[in-house]
Write a protein that binds this ligand. Structure first.
Ligand code: FES
Length: 155
């Protein structure tokens, strides 16, 4: 179902106000609702909050869990922070990259998967962890991670 970004922004402006402090919660909500922030959404946010577009891009590029545009059907974020790293996080990343034949841009050849390493996903106690779109997977092993992405490949 298409998300009414204008309506969503109006609703959020009522909740958070129309100052620059509303920018981050609004971008987070759009990301949650759509799975990404479209370029047109960034324009609407800019217009509605009176914040220059460049500031919106700066905010999006600063926060790893926000991004402009849909990159792939499955966006995989493997935690690269310390708790996961000491529990084999790098092997999880390598297993996924190999299984999906990911190139240096982070995309698979068929364009269905995007893989990147990110900072802590907040699940350190169950590390190593990764996210696929908005679902978090924890307690991974390379084999478990391969199975998860293999199932998605077959869909
Ligand atoms: S260090 Fe990986 S989830 Fe926190």
């Amino acid at each position: 179902m298409a998300v009414d970004v204008k309506g969503l922004i109006q609703e959020l402006v009522q909740e958070y106000g129309s100052g620059s402090e509303s920018l981050l919660p609004i971008l987070q909500r759009i990301q949650e609702e759509k799975g990404f922030i479209a370029k047109e959404d960034a324009w609407v946010v800019s217009e509605q909050l009176g914040i220059p577009l460049i500031e919106i891009y700066k905010t999006v590029t600063f926060y790893e869990l926000l991004w402009i545009g849909k990159r792939a059907d499955y966006e995989i974020r493997v935690c690269g922070s310390i708790s996961c790293a000491v529990n084999g996080g790098n092997k999880i990343y390598e297993a996924i990259v190999t299984e999906l034949d990911i190139d240096s841009s982070g995309l698979s050849r068929d364009g269905r998967f995007f893989v990147e390493k990110v900072s802590c996903l907040g699940r350190c106690d169950e590390s190593p962890a990764m996210m696929i779109n908005d679902k978090v997977y924890t307690g991974l092993t390379p084999e478990k991670a391969r199975e998860i992405v293999r199932e998605l490949k077959e869909k």
